[in-house]
Ligand binder design. Structure first.
Ligand code: CP3
Length: 351
């Protein structure tokens, strides 16, 4: 019998190959916050639709992401959603306030409040996110992988406790240091919900996952090991076999080895580390990153110079996914973002 191999466009895409540390024809690139206010198409939709409604409208959420992917030419899409949506079914009062960002009106500060939080069954209360995965997958080009995501337990807990963004994380650390039992209960609750939530996204059609531990860089390595690592590890260990997971944080220069220990086939680097040094420390794992987003405010030649500096540091190794070290900002230029994507494709195909 002659075996005919059916090409698997997703499995063989540059992004998925890089996730598996296999050689690629060029360096795949996608950008955190690639769909958002820096795009006029997005702002136009947001004039009519509140952010939470947009996240709950599968058709529109898919359109927003696909418009961005096609406009800037990236190699992967991420679902249009938010890390804080998991908080509503827990019983948190979430609101996105214009020009201020997310606010939780009932922040968690005591053991009693933690006891009153609800366990989340994502299949029931977050099924609209799985609908976003399905409709995005259905509308996306067949060779573009779709990334599902969630906030990592620490970052989600910090929003629950602070009630929004924070500079010093004083309430979070107060709970952690003064009521460790309460902290551990809260982290367990978030972790089990997050694992189910991520697996639900894989079952709905996501090819890869990203875990955002955006604010974990406020912790020392020993606090990370004691208060965070076991929970992040439990989430990652529970992911359906064979689904690559990008483990990302910012301000994590001192935490990278511990993040690798917690898990993830790909470690997301922010822009405060030199890529090569970080990768040498990490050893056998893929990496994603790490251009400073603010480089996009410079002129085209400077953007290219700095993108080249990153690509040059990956010579001789497989498993690099180009990205920014954090998200695109609302005042950035779409043309420059698209030019960065082109440059990375062209330059890396010469290496
Ligand atoms: O990358 C993408 O385009 C996909 C969608 C995406 C959003 N949020 C949409 C969004 C992703 C991957 C996120 C993750 C997220 N959300 C993180 C982790 C990434 C990071 O930046 O570290 C965090 C910390 C959040 C929480 C959050 N959501 C904040 C702090 C804000 C306000 C800040 C801001 O950029 O406005 C949001 C709102 C939000 N999430 C917007 C978008 C497009 C802006 C909403 C709007 O005003 O239209």
């Amino acid at each position: 019998m002659i075996e005919t191999e059916t090409p698997n466009l997703l499995y063989d895409s540059m992004f998925m190959k890089a996730c598996r540390c296999e050689p690629t024809d060029y360096t795949p690139i996608w950008l955190m916050r690639q769909a958002g206010r820096y795009m006029k198409e997005y702002r136009d939709i947001r004039e009519k639709v509140p952010f939470l409604d947009l996240c709950k409208n599968a058709q529109l959420a898919a359109e927003v992401m696909i418009t961005a992917v096609e406009r800037i030419g990236v190699d992967a899409a991420i679902i249009f959603s938010d890390i804080l949506l998991i908080l509503q079914p827990m019983g948190m009062d979430l609101e996105y306030i214009k020009n201020e960002g997310p606010v939780l009106h009932n922040p968690i500060r005591s053991f009693d409040q933690i006891r009153n939080l609800r366990e989340v069954d994502p299949a029931e209360s977050l099924s609209f996110v799985f609908d976003v995965v399905r409709s995005t997958r259905a509308m996306l080009q067949p060779d573009i992988p779709l990334i599902g995501f969630a906030g990592a337990p620490f970052t989600v807990a910090s929003y629950m406790i602070e009630g929004g963004s924070s500079k010093n994380y004083e309430n979070t650390k107060t709970l952690m240091y003064s009521e460790p039992r309460a902290w551990h209960d809260l982290m367990s609750l978030i972790s089990s919900a997050t694992a189910k939530y991520l697996n639900g996204q894989v079952n709905a059609g996501a090819q890869a996952l990203q875990l955002f531990d955006s604010w974990v860089g406020c912790l020392s390595p020993s606090d990370y090991r004691e208060f965070v690592l076991p929970y992040t590890k439990s989430v990652i260990d529970a992911i359906v076999d064979g689904t690559p997971l990008i483990h990302f944080g910012t301000g994590t220069a001192m935490l990278l080895e511990l993040m690798k220990e917690a898990g993830g086939q790909i470690i997301g680097l922010d822009f405060r580390v030199e890529l090569k040094q970080a990768w040498d420390r990490l050893g056998q794992v893929a990496v994603q990153g790490n251009l400073d987003p603010c480089v996009l405010y410079a002129d085209y030649s400077e953007i290219e110079k700095r993108a080249k500096h990153i690509l040059d540091q990956t010579k001789g190794r497989n498993g690099h996914i180009f990205n920014l070290g954090h998200g695109i900002l609302p005042t950035m230029s779409v043309d420059k973002v698209a030019a960065l994507v082109d440059y990375v494709h062209n330059q890396s195909s010469k290496l």
